[in-house]
Design a protein around this ligand. Structure first.
Ligand code: ADP
Ligand code: MG
Length: 489
């Protein structure tokens, strides 16, 4: 029709019509835009999310409101950042969701040496019994110690256990519930240090004592604070998402530890659970609802499921499938792989976006090949790239709203945020997107810096454990002196 109309017009009018058509929305683009629209949130939406967050944080901190709060704001027993004088040799465990690592760390002031090994946790163990899980962990510790000639040494151990725990002491942590694909029977409601010690005793061939349990957010904070004393927030963007920050004892109504200096404590927010009470329903898309429905913890970790590595690829896949079925992608023809739940990995999002303005779409085409997609146009590449960028941008902005809420709440003039996790580390734009959005959302005058934490889970556990070990030795020496026992015996 347009063609016929054009033919009827004089050449000068044809030129005008051409220019007009150029500025009209392309029909396909318009339809795609309609599908992805729910991922584009306004400034007002992000401000509203921050209000919801602050409200949830305060409910978690309040004595009367904590029991019902979605975000638990667990006080850790870590009270101060390192002073850089920490020393000693420590064994650290890092159980975070995707990998299990054991590390041997030597601290000597600013000098830190690490050796580490990754062990696999088989799927059957992730969803088996707690006894199987801790027996497996103890076996890995034995292997690691044997390989490092440590079998006949007594060595302090720090455990970075990155699941929601109610701590009753530095080495007493009760798992409230599993997240991130773990579901081992008989662990929820129990002290994970006790379960670990029991497994070690069952073997009877290693001598390790777990002195500290920390969350990976605390690990990220501590490891960055080791270099930068302004670090007061720890952020994880990996399999899951979570953050911790330094709160005053006055605001921590559930604090039951001692109240000597410093009058502060690190709070493990467990912010992934934001929205479990329905408070984020106003931004949830159909795709978020599907991801939640098919997860092993439906109705839980709502905020986490919109952001982190375990879910982001799947959100993108669902949108891509929706567009394909509407014949807006791949001419309607997909592949078995593309239709398989969980098969579009979050690393694909990073790879596709790393093509940037490169019109050859090198990485995107490689991902398509891995998904057995053979027939596609450059426009398909462009649309998939656009979908990925919208899903990851929303994730980065949502995490930014959380960080801005914490920065505004702490109200310190300058704060460094220690960040760990593969999503943040490897996504090509996450850092820049977050910097831009936090700047926009934070109170004027507050300065901040996002700092990548190197091996935070290991280094952080080592720092906390080394301090706990020193304090324990000092206490023992004092006690011995009081009882007239010479030290070292
Ligand atoms: P954990 O959080 O379990 O300690 P990681 O920090 O390594 O482990 O995060 C693992 C998560 O990171 C996985 O969900 C994975 O999908 C995601 N991931 C791995 N590589 C990339 C990448 N290149 N880009 C974005 N996400 C990634
Ligand atoms: Mg980790």
């Amino acid at each position: 029709m347009v063609k016929a109309a054009k033919q009827m017009l004089q050449p000068e009018f044809q030129a005008v019509l051409q220019a007009m058509l150029k500025h009209m929305p392309h029909n396909k683009d318009y339809l795609v835009e309609n599908v992805v629209k729910p991922f584009i949130l306004s400034d007002d939406d992000y401000k509203k999310i921050m209000d919801v967050m602050l409200d949830s944080f305060n409910q978690g901190l309040g004595k009367e409101t904590n029991a019902k709060a979605a975000v638990k704001m667990f006080p850790t027993y870590v009270r101060s950042v390192p002073d850089g004088t920490e020393t000693g040799k420590v064994l650290a465990l890092d159980l975070g969701g995707t990998n299990f690592r054991i590390l041997l760390i030597s601290l000597d002031g600013q000098e830190v040496n690490m050796e580490s090994k990754i062990f696999l946790i088989p799927q059957a163990i992730m969803t088996g019994t707690g006894e199987q899980l801790f027996d497996h962990i103890a076996e890995c510790i034995h292997k690691f110690m044997k390989d490092h000639d440590l079998l006949f040494h007594k060595i302090p151990l720090g455990f970075t256990f990155s699941f929601p725990c109610r701590q009753e002491g530095l080495n007493k942590a009760i798992l409230t519930h599993w997240t991130k694909g773990f579901k081992c029977a008989g662990v929820e409601g129990h002290d994970i240090v006790q379960l670990l010690h029991e497994a070690i005793e069952r073997r009877g061939d290693i001598d390790v004592n777990c002195l500290a349990v920390i969350n990976d957010t605390v690990g990220a904070l501590m490891s960055c604070a080791h270099e930068d004393r302004k670090c007061a927030v720890g952020l994880i963007l990996g399999t899951g998402t979570n953050a911790c920050y330094i709160e005053t004892l006055e605001n921590t109504e559930l604090w039951d530890g001692d109240t000597d200096e410093p009058h502060q404590v690190m709070i493990n927010t467990e912010w992934g659970a934001l929205g479990n009470d329905g408070s984020l329903d106003f931004i949830m898309t159909d795709y978020d609802k599907q991801v939640d429905k098919h997860s092993i913890n439906a109705g839980q970790q709502i905020y986490e499921k919109m952001i982190s590595g375990m879910y982001m690829g799947e959100i993108a896949r669902l949108v891509i499938e929706k567009l394909r079925k509407a014949k807006l992608l791949f001419n309607g023809k997909g592949s078995e792989e593309l239709s398989e739940r969980g098969r579009f990995y979050t690393k694909y999002v990073s790879e596709i976006e790393s093509d940037g303005d490169d019109s050859s779409f090198k990485c995107t085409k490689q991902v398509f090949a891995e998904l057995n997609l053979t027939k596609y146009t450059d426009e398909d590449c462009r649309i998939v790239q656009y979908v990925c960028s919208l899903v990851s941008t929303r994730a980065a902005y949502l995490a930014s709203a959380g960080i801005a809420t914490l920065l505004n709440k702490m109200n310190r003039p300058e704060v460094t945020i220690g960040v760990d996790g593969s999503l943040y580390r490897f996504h090509p734009h996450f850092h820049d997107l977050m910097e831009e959005k936090i700047r926009q959302l934070v109170k004027p005058g507050i300065k901040f810096k996002l700092m990548l934490s190197h091996d935070g889970s290991g280094k952080g556990a080592a720092i906390v454990t080394a301090v706990a070990n020193r304090l324990a030795l000092e206490k023992e020496q004092k006690l011995n002196a009081k009882n007239g026992i010479p030290n070292g015996e």
